[in-house]
Design a binder for this molecule. Structure first.
Ligand code: SF4
Ligand code: SF4
Length: 112
């Protein structure tokens, strides 16, 4: 499912807002990221490739989740701390691809 964007907002403009204005608020702080079972191996492999520690918690049916607060800088280990870009953008988990799913408080690209 594509993310819910303010009507008329293009993907490029949305990315600019995320990185340069919001500074990836949804990729850091007291939040969680859920991974589907089929996403776990590639997420771990990306962590190895980027030489970052990934601390996963296992859920039901081989799914997993991670707390940003368990990682350096309280951010997703895939987040570039300087540019606030996702370093696995083309391979990011479904939860990231689909966020925000609705108008969300604090999320500018959704109009919240
Ligand atoms: S909270 Fe919304 S505007 Fe901010 S980085 Fe996340 S998706 Fe982008
Ligand atoms: S994988 Fe990328 S988009 Fe998803 S939380 Fe981490 S840095 Fe953000």
């Amino acid at each position: 499912m594509p993310p819910f964007l303010v009507p008329g907002l293009g993907k490029e403009e949305a990315s600019n807002i995320c990185m340069n204005h919001c500074r990836a608020m949804c990729c850091r702080g007291p939040l969680l990221l859920e991974l589907a079972s089929e996403e776990v191996d590639s997420f771990l492999a990306n962590g190895e490739r980027l030489h970052v520690e990934v601390r996963l918690n296992r859920g039901m049916n081989e799914a997993a989740w991670l707390k940003f607060a368990d990682h350096e800088g309280e951010r997703c280990p895939m987040l570039d701390p300087d540019s606030f870009a996702c370093r696995i953008y083309e391979d990011r988990p479904a939860r990231c691809r689909e966020f925000p799913v609705r108008k969300t408080p604090g999320c500018a690209i959704s109009g919240g």
